[in-house]
Write a protein that binds this ligand. Sequence first.
Ligand SMILES: [Ca+2]
Ligand SMILES: [Ca+2]
Ligand SMILES: [Ca+2]
Ligand SMILES: [Ca+2]
Length: 151
Amino acid sequence: MYWPGLSTMKDMKPMLPLCLLWLLALLAPAVAAPALTLDRNGDGNPDQWYEVVDGQVLGLSLDRNYDGQADYAVEYDAQNRKSSERMDFNYDGNMDDFYFFEDGQLVRQEVDSNFDGRVDVWVSLEGQYIRGYEMDRDFDGVVEVRKAFGP
Ligand SMILES: [Ca+2]
Ligand SMILES: [Ca+2]
Ligand SMILES: [Ca+2]
Ligand SMILES: [Ca+2]
């Protein structure tokens, strides 16, 4: 990402006053991960959040129902492939549907199907194929159902 202030600093001679160096050090974290927000529906509240480092989008959060709380989030790896996705399916402010990717391929899904804040379904995947799943059907934290499919 182009930040005009930085290039100006670089052009300066190394005889900078110490206070300017301190200022630069203070600014550095903000330059590394500036928070970019958008207000898509124009209600004055941000509803899209971008995490950008060196011009590359590392993550993105959306407030799809415009209640002020993010209900979808996606993260990307260094190769710009999805590494994880989270969704708040019932819009209660807690994410309840999780997707995990390795090398851009979906490998695991976790679901909080009764929206109590605890995952109760674990699905292991290989791209489009389900390799197996585990379910906590009565939501007591103990898995009752395990299923694995052959290779
Ligand atoms: Ca908005
Ligand atoms: Ca929302
Ligand atoms: Ca939820
Ligand atoms: Ca649950």
